[in-house]
Design a binder for this molecule. Structure first.
Ligand SMILES: [Zn+2]
Length: 58
């Protein structure tokens, strides 16, 4: 009787890519130039376009 071993999860590279299929690399949080004062600041994400100073002022 052949023993059926539980197959390990297939390490398909495509699976890893699917973790964030719709998030482009350039949209990842990181340094960004403020839309208002052109200062480089650590952005929280693509939606975060103003540095903290400008965001505070509105
Ligand atoms: Zn700014």
């Amino acid at each position: 009787m052949p023993q059926q071993r539980a197959a390990p999860a297939p390490s398909d590279p495509a699976d890893a890519e699917e973790i964030s299929p719709y998030r482009a690399k350039r949209d990842a949080p990181g340094d960004r130039v403020c839309m208002s004062c052109s200062k480089t600041f650590p952005s929280l994400g693509w939606h975060n376009r103003l540095c903290r100073d400008c965001a505070k002022r509105g």
